[in-house]
Design a protein around this ligand. Structure first.
Ligand SMILES: Cc1cc2nc3c(=O)[nH]c(=O)nc-3n(C[C@H](O)[C@H](O)[C@H](O)COP(=O)(O)OP(=O)(O)OC[C@H]3O[C@@H](n4cnc5c(N)ncnc54)[C@H](O)[C@@H]3O)c2cc1C
Length: 443
């Protein structure tokens, strides 16, 4: 059973159904449905969609060939880098269209998607809610997961969920041998099972709105690195303008609010200031606005844990899987959903809880090094002096920024002798050898 049919839940359901297993998906919304997002797909996300047989379905969406990065009076246009696995392009597509497409794909592969059905609470074995093993006792939400997301920690066993059919109002219990928690960043089911966010791990807050624009089919997505708060101070984050190719652009601001000093920044004001100061050629104004902006939280770098229980797996935003370098979460939803499906297939084929525990190993193998460096990067740019220095220096060198783009979009080529790969390997080694010193050095 999968709770949530966003990118992570639908991808997990697709790969399980494709492997021949019976899958029920519980989704509280009715597709097509809106979801607050920047609507940007990088080459990593495109690769996952192609693997699910969906690249053809993206053909009508807006394809972008690179990133235009702006800041301190400099503008750099950088094509998506060449890579042996990922394509040199991305797409923009509303979540209204994208999420329905992937949920339908899972359905066609054999998953049963129960829409307009809300998961209310998990069902514990014998009705007893065990505290997650290894998590601090009585830990309030937001407390460090402690051992929480670390090795050895586990969620309790879960028999299924109580759901409410939002059309009839009826409630019933839905049972599953294995339960996948894919209910997004607020993760009601995950929290009820005992997940918590590690304090000190990166957390983003973002707002986005749509505008009509003559530049709606611009070939680049655009990011602005010098967004400022009310006092004029540059904040850690960026503003974006993503052309949708349908007459509109998706405009937003994202702020890393990990450090105490940035918690009080008003993102609505940040958004207003960004829209007012954006290049006039985009034509952003009250007249071209399609409605007030909406926002959400971005838990990053696998900030939420534990990730498994004997028969439970947590994926996507519910596990805090967003990339801390750029706030990208769709690709990581697809990827973690797929990794979960691989472990669940092994569990269902007879390996049981041992296979579920291998999901944690798969996560660590895929992301541990990268996210460790990402956390150091977030600490670095949360310091205004360091942030100012990095961007001001970086924006003067196109070659440097191209390599940085490869790292930030997680498009390094394993074993390749490029500057990005060499620089990244050095950072991983520094962080491995001297974790505390590396953090201090980088920050
Ligand atoms: C403003 C903003 C901009 C962003 N921009 C980008 C971007 O441009 N590119 C990018 O890659 N990422 C972006 N992200 C991040 C991205 O949106 C998420 O990482 C991604 O949606 C995670 O997918 P998910 O499946 O884990 O969760 P979600 O997409 O949140 O899906 C969870 C699903 O579970 C359902 N659900 C929740 N609770 C229940 C329940 N109790 N019962 C049943 N169903 C339930 C929800 O209806 C939803 O369909 C952005 C995020 C924000 C907030």
């Amino acid at each position: 059973m999968v709770v949530g049919a966003g990118p992570s839940g639908s991808a997990c359901a697709y790969w399980l159904a494709d492997a021949g297993w019976d899958v029920a998906v519980i989704e509280k919304k009715q597709f097509p449905r809106d979801k607050t997002c920047g609507d940007g797909l990088t080459p990593r996300a495109v690769r996952q969609l192609a693997d699910m047989g969906l690249e053809g379905a993206l053909a009508g969406s807006h394809r972008h060939t690179g990133l235009r990065s702006c800041g301190w009076g400099h503008v750099l246009e950088m094509p998506w880098p060449d890579h042996p696995v990922f394509p040199p392009y991305g797409y923009t597509i509303t979540r209204h269209d994208l999420d329905e497409m992937v949920a339908e794909r899972a359905q066609k592969a054999g998953a049963v998607v129960h829409q307009h059905t809300e998961a209310l609470a998990p069902l514990f074995v014998d009705g007893v809610q065990a505290a997650p093993e290894g998590a601090p006792e009585g830990a309030p939400e937001g407390a460090p997961a402690g051992a929480g997301a670390g090795p050895g920690a586990a969620l309790p066993e879960c028999r299924g969920v109580t759901v409410r059919d939002l059309t009839s109002g009826e409630t019933r219990d839905v049972l599953g041998r294995y339960v996948v928690v894919a209910d997004g960043s607020n993760s009601r089911v995950g929290r009820a099972l005992g997940t918590a966010r590690r304090r000190g791990y990166p957390l983003g807050m973002a707002l986005r709105g749509y505008y009509r624009s003559e530049r709606h089919d611009d070939p680049c997505i655009e990011s602005h690195l010098d967004i400022r708060d009310a006092s004029g101070e540059v904040v850690p984050g960026y503003g974006w303008i993503f052309p949708l190719g349908d007459g509109r652009v998706n405009v937003g601001v994202g702020l890393l609010s990990t450090e105490q000093r940035w918690k009080g920044v008003n993102t609505s004001r940040l958004m207003e200031a960004f829209v007012a100061g954006a290049p006039k050629s985009w034509g952003l104004s009250e007249e071209t606005s399609c409605g007030p902006p909406t926002g959400g939280k971005l838990p990053m770098s696998l900030a939420v844990g534990p990730h498994t229980g004997p028969n439970v797996i947590v994926v996507g935003d519910a596990a805090g899987a967003i990339n801390p370098f750029n706030g990208e979460g769709i690709a990581y939803g697809y990827e973690t959903g797929r990794l979960a499906a691989a472990s669940l297939s092994e569990a269902l084929a007879g390996d049981g809880p041992a296979a579920i525990a291998r999901y944690e190993e798969r996560l660590m193998e895929s992301y541990d090094d990268y996210y460790r460096v990402g956390r150091a990067f977030v600490r670095l740019i949360s310091n205004p002096t360091a942030m100012h220095w990095c961007v001001a220096v970086g924006m003067r060198s196109e070659a440097f920024m191209k390599e940085l783009l490869r790292i930030m979009a997680n498009l390094m080529r394993p074993g390749a002798p490029g500057a990005a790969e060499i620089g990244y390997d050095a950072l991983v080694r520094i962080a491995e050898l001297m974790p505390e010193q590396a953090a201090a050095l980088l920050a």
